[in-house]
Ligand binder design. Structure first.
Ligand code: FAD
Length: 484
């Protein structure tokens, strides 16, 4: 029981990564905490996102590796034709989900967090209505409330889903069947990861992208080299500038494709299945936020850098929001970081979040990763703040470890200030890019200079030397102070 007249010091709505980290951190700091969850403990990441998708990628990645006779024979290895069981691969993912969900739930229980099952909504600033699955409705109160209700898949108008032949990532992670021919709508990270899984398991993929180029959210140079491998090099037919204007589930699934600009019908396809990977929308509509005066932006809850919910630009006391529902870098580790920052602030610790240093990764084979500014953003900043932008490229082809693996198609692009050497951003495609980016993210968080970073010794032979080479090249380009 809280020391005040409230039932709890803190109520967290939503037990995804954002809510989990917030609740655990608050409880560890002595607060009485309840967490409300309407669906599965662990939210999107554990049940329908990071965890099952990475399990599928791990298994299908092994199939890809063993089936690549040309690559293996270059090592002098000749394997028998690879066989796999779809059901066992799917079970690997569901077992992992169950395991991680159970561990996470136990962790919260051990930390003393009270888990309340049901749908939460606001009945006042510090008052939450809880509708339980059996229809019982009750009120719980807390001094502070953190909204961590996350997001759900966005299905554009014209597309009808049935969960079996036309589905989103929510169902794709179950890998219930392997369509011979699947169309994937959207070439963001979710579309690319599933294209990686499906092609490894022998499916033919048509990738449909509405914007002008495939992989529009990635650095153009990285997209070019990655696309050469991950799309052109595989059984994928990629179409860009094309809108899937109508999709009707069934056997076959019928798709109407229109020109994105003119909206004229250009092609009709009949495929076995469609995965809709067209982004995600915030889950905030049922929260009754209007009653608090909170105006969302297309469903996203406005917050300041301390995670306080804003009304007309001003923070509302005792109300916080974290994770996908805030629309900032919609990733599990962002949600978790925001969760602990919100709790530290409600404990009076005055913390902010540095979004620029949060890395992102796509777990294709090989991986893609990035941190910090894009080249366009860095150029704009350079113009505004009147400094010269430095750009260097470091190639995996020159890396002994990548060469030993016979997997040396890869590129790292580093963006930095030429006047003081500050790292502004990095974009990587290549073996273990998701691990490599962390080193740059840590440097970026500390606003370190490439001059200092270039002096740090890296293990040989490792892929981390790709990053070392980039730092060294960049440090040579630094503007030397003119001699007087
Ligand atoms: C296929 C896929 C792969 C992904 N891979 C990665 C990855 O590799 N790395 C990464 O960092 N991110 C990944 N993500 C993104 C990541 O899953 C999300 O960014 C993360 O889950 C957001 O966490 P969250 O806590 O904000 O919300 P969520 O995880 O969405 O959790 C919100 C929770 O709130 C509950 N809820 C909602 N409304 C209410 C209510 N009114 N009352 C009670 N409970 C409610 C929901 O049931 C849900 O459990 C992936 C996502 C997908 C879909």
């Amino acid at each position: 029981m809280s020391e005040t007249n409230f039932d709890f010091d803190l109520i967290v709505i939503g037990a995804g990564y954002g809510g989990f980290d917030a609740a655990k951190h608050a409880s560890e700091n002595g607060l009485s905490v309840a967490i409300i969850e309407s669906r599965d403990m662990g939210g999107t990441c554990v049940n329908r996102g990071c965890v099952p998708s990475k399990a599928l990628l791990a298994a299908s990645g092994k199939v890809r590796e063993l089936a690549d006779a040309e690559h293996l024979s270059a090592f002098g290895i000749h394997a028998a034709p690879v066989r796999f069981e779809r059901k066992k691969i799917a079970e690997h993912a569901t077992n992992l989900v169950a395991n991680i969900r159970s561990n996470l739930t136990k962790t919260l229980e051990r930390a003393g967090v009270e888990i309340l099952r049901g749908i939460g909504r606001f009945e006042g600033p510090q008052r939450i209505g809880l509708r339980e699955a059996n229809g019982v409705d009750r009120m719980v109160t807390a001094k502070d409330v953190i909204i961590a209700t996350g997001s759900e898949p966005f299905v554009p108008p014209g597309i009808e889903t049935d969960g079996r032949t036309v589905f989103t990532s929510d169902e794709a992670v179950n890998l219930e069947w392997l369509p011979r021919w699947i169309a994937i709508i959207g070439s963001g990270y979710i579309g690319l990861e599933f294209a990686d899984v499906y092609t490894a398991l022998g499916c033919e993929v048509t990738l449909i992208e509405a914007l002008e180029r495939v992989m529009p959210t990635f650095d153009p140079d990285i997209a070019k080299i990655a696309g050469r491998n991950l799309i052109q090099g595989r059984d994928i037919d990629a179409k860009s500038g094309v809108l899937a204007s109508k999709v009707l589930p069934g056997c076959p699934v019928r798709i109407e494709l229109s020109d994105m600009k003119t909206r004229d019908l250009i092609e009709e396809l009949e495929v076995d299945a469609v995965l809709v990977a067209t982004g995600r929308v915030p889950s905030s509509s049922g929260l009754n936020l209007e009653s608090l005066g909170v105006k969302t932006n297309r469903g996203y809850i406005p917050i300041d850098d301390e995670m306080r919910v804003l009304v007309d630009g001003k923070p509302l006391p005792h109300l916080w929001a974290v994770g996908d529902v805030t629309g900032k870098l919609m990733l599990a580790h962002t949600a978790a970081a925001q969760g602990t920052v919100a709790v530290d602030n409600l404990l009076g610790k005055n913390r902010k979040i540095d979004y620029r240093s949060i890395p992102a990764a796509t777990f294709t084979h090989p991986e893609i990763s990035s941190v910090g500014l894009s080249e366009i953003e860095a150029k704009e900043l350079a113009e505004k703040n009147k400094f010269e932008l430095g750009i260097v490229r470091s190639y995996f082809k020159a890396n002994s470890k990548a060469l030993a693996e016979l997997d040396s198609d890869g590129l790292m692009k580093l963006l930095f200030r030429k006047d003081n050497g500050e790292v502004l951003g990095a974009h990587i495609y290549g073996l273990h890019a998701a691990d490599l980016i962390q080193e740059v993210a840590n440097a970026l968080a500390r606003r370190l200079s490439v001059d200092d970073l270039a002096k740090e010794v890296h293990t040989h032979p490792t892929l981390s030397e790709v990053v070392e080479v980039a730092y060294k090249q960049a440090s040579i380009q630094l503007q030397k102070p003119s001699k007087v």
